[in-house]
Design a protein around this ligand. Structure first.
Ligand code: NOJ
Length: 558
């Protein structure tokens, strides 16, 4: 199956650029820093062996929201480097077979963007309609009841011109008006600009927020919710049909180039929306984020149900995409970890890297970096600062990469923009590199297994029925091989009955160091993650039809 696209077979590694590696000693991670650290990612025998990197936003920005407040879409922020640095990064990555994806923030700009400066300057400025401006209602009430994702009304009153502008996120991130054809044209052109530079694709920020209801209808209310935003059903301010059309337009731009991929952040509590952005698999986005997966607690049943839902609802040619960590989430090592964090991190990694779909690994996840506690005075995230002391800030997941036990964790020789987590002396690349029993070594083994075994990369997925409570068990199967993945989420031994079509399974990888083959049943050690393969080809009768691959082969032919 050699012609399967890279965004299906590959593993994507998310790099928070400000926090990965600082090459020039100013305390900020930068593009040159990434080039210097590429050996960690790919190209050598001891590399992780990832296939693509996704860079957090690198455009010119006041950095009010981690770069998700863009002030110039066609220039790189000097703290991250120059266009020449990006070109060098592209060459260095492509030489190693690594693709480079950028974050594209299409929904809103920074209030410091010259477009917005012009737009807010007067009601008849030619850029006025590039943003969403409306009159308020009587008694100084905003145009409608829509709420910003973070808090409060989504409308901000602007004294200069006596109108409100709309912002789905923070007040300094005014929403662009995608109903204006000039805006649509410009933003598609921005995408084209970076694709022409050789970028392999984009992660599309808040792609289902591009359009709002033209008539500004209020959202229906929910009766019970833990916070006001969740008390509205976001049927008019998000996931509008026009945003799907924008996704299709973006796909057409991507398809002007070869082998480019679009991965959408579909921010919603309706999993159907995630699937909708894949269209029929060829007419919208290549990948879209599935939040049901990441919202699970430590529960085998929860993850199994989430995966099964997606398998059942994906369009014919759609392809899943899974992640457990990113720059907005409490790091999974802390979030899911509990008292057995290290053991659970291995189970979680095994699940992430063996499910059918494209996995995304967040920098430091492979080391077991924890959610850091950031002193109030060092906080950068506006959400964390606004709601302090509530632990909702996102800085704790964005601390510098822990390369070594040296001062600054090998990230920078200067004071880093966010403090290094104090775990760095014990938990870092240098130490874990040298330890075959480390989490980093486990990640490497899993990634190697993915490379060596087409069933794990491309095969169909079937749940193993009758697995005991707290066990998530499935098979992966393609024309040439069959594997089973057994994940014990509990601290007790569990007996799993293996599928009958096979007589003998041999361990490929086991966190319990298992060496003996299993027969028809297998006793899992507490928190064991186990990958089995069929011992001999003759012992295995394929359970035809093999739904995943053949379905995809049909899609490719079409
Ligand atoms: C989603 C991004 O992941 C988050 O970090 C950002 O704050 C918002 N979009 C606003 O752009």
């Amino acid at each position: 199956m050699p012609d399967r696209p890279w965004w299906q077979t590959g593993v994507i590694y998310q790099i928070a650029v400000p926090s990965f590696a600082d090459s020039n000693g100013d305390g900020w991670g930068d593009l040159r820093g990434i080039i210097e650290r590429l050996d960690h990612l790919a190209g050598t025998d001891s590399s992780l062996g990832i296939d693509a990197i996704w860079l957090s936003p690198i455009n010119v920005t006041p950095f009010g929201d981690f770069g998700y407040d863009v002030a110039d879409y066609r220039t790189i922020d000097p703290r991250f480097g120059t266009m020449a640095d990006l070109q060098d990064l592209l060459v260095a990555c492509h030489d190693r077979g690594v693709r480079v994806m950028m974050d594209l923030v299409l929904n809103h700009t920074s209030e410091a963007h010259p477009w917005f400066t012009q737009s807010r300057s007067s009601r008849d400025n030619h850029k006025r309609d590039w943003y969403v401006w409306r009159d308020g209602r009587p008694h100084r009430r905003p145009p409608n009841e829509w709420l910003a994702v973070v808090e409060g009304s989504a409308w901000q009153y602007d004294h200069a011109t006596g109108q409100y502008y709309y912002h789905a996120f923070l007040p300094f991130q005014p929403d662009l008006n995608w109903r204006n054809p000039e805006v649509r044209h410009e933003m598609l052109d921005v995408a084209r600009f970076w694709l022409e530079k050789g970028v392999d694709g984009f992660r599309l920020d808040l792609v289902n927020f591009l359009y709002e209801d033209e008539r500004l209808r209020d959202n229906p209310r929910r009766r019970f919710a833990v916070r006001p935003y969740l008390a509205q059903r976001h049927v008019h301010d998000a996931s509008q049909p026009e945003s799907l059309k924008a996704a299709a337009d973006l796909r057409r731009v991507a398809d002007e180039f070869s082998e480019r991929a679009l991965m959408g952040e579909v921010f919603t509590d309706r999993p159907e929306d995630c699937v909708a952005y894949l269209g029929d698999g060829a007419d919208r986005l290549h990948l879209s984020f599935y939040l049901e997966f990441v919202r699970q607690r430590w529960s085998a049943e929860g993850f199994r149900n989430a995966v099964q839902w997606l398998e059942d609802h994906l369009p014919g040619c759609g392809w899943p995409c899974y992640y457990l960590d990113n720059h907005d989430l409490v790091r999974s090592y802390t979030r899911l970890g509990g008292w057995s964090a290290d053991a659970r991190a291995r189970v979680a990694a095994t699940m992430l890297l063996t499910l059918r779909g494209t996995p995304i690994v967040y920098y430091g996840q492979e080391l077991g970096m924890v959610q850091s506690r950031i002193p109030r005075g060092r906080m950068r995230d506006p959400v964390g600062r606004r709601f302090w002391p509530l632990p909702v800030g996102r800085d704790g997941a964005r601390t510098p990469m822990q390369w070594s036990g040296d001062t600054g964790a090998g990230f920078s020789t200067a004071e880093p923009w966010l403090p290094v987590d104090r775990s760095y002396r014990k938990r870092n690349v240098a130490i874990e590199d040298a330890d075959p029993g480390s989490l980093l070594s486990w990640y490497r083994q899993l990634l190697r297994a993915r490379r060596d075994h087409p069933a794990l990369r491309e095969g169909s997925l079937r749940m193993i029925g009758g697995a005991p409570r707290h066990v998530f068990a499935y098979t992966r199967e393609c024309e040439v091989e069959r594997m089973a993945v057994l994940l014990n989420f509990s601290g007790c031994e569990k007996v799993v009955r293996l599928p009958e079509a096979t007589r003998s399974w041999s361990p490929l990888l086991s966190t319990a160091g298992r060496a003996q083959p299993c027969g028809s049943a297998c006793t899992l050690a507490p928190h064991e993650a186990l990958i089995l393969e069929v011992c001999s080809r003759s012992a295995w009768v394929p359970t035809a039809p093999v739904s995943g691959p053949s379905r995809l082969a049909r899609c490719r032919r079409a």
